[in-house]
Design a protein around this ligand. Sequence first.
Ligand code: ZN
Length: 103
Amino acid sequence: MAYATYMYCWSCKHKFMRDEKITRQSECPKCMAPLRCCRQCRHFSPGSYNDCDESEADYSGENEAVNFCSYWQPANAPIPANAKLGRNSKDSAKKRWDDLFKN
Ligand SMILES: [Zn+2]
């Protein structure tokens, strides 16, 4: 399977050559942010349920901490620093609440 040679740190936006395998020990060479976290994952989807586009994925409760998610895939595009997280969004919370009572 092909992989991108470069990736962008979710935290400091540093562009760097990444290893083929990202492990739970991998971190940004510049700011030392952990790489195997939701924020660095291509499924990271601010505003979605659990901020993830994989509804089956386990939610660690922490977007910026190392996770054990089996859906984790490195994101190849830079992730906006100010991406709005669903859990912080009032609208999303209300939508989730409303969804609870649907059907
Ligand atoms: Zn960094």
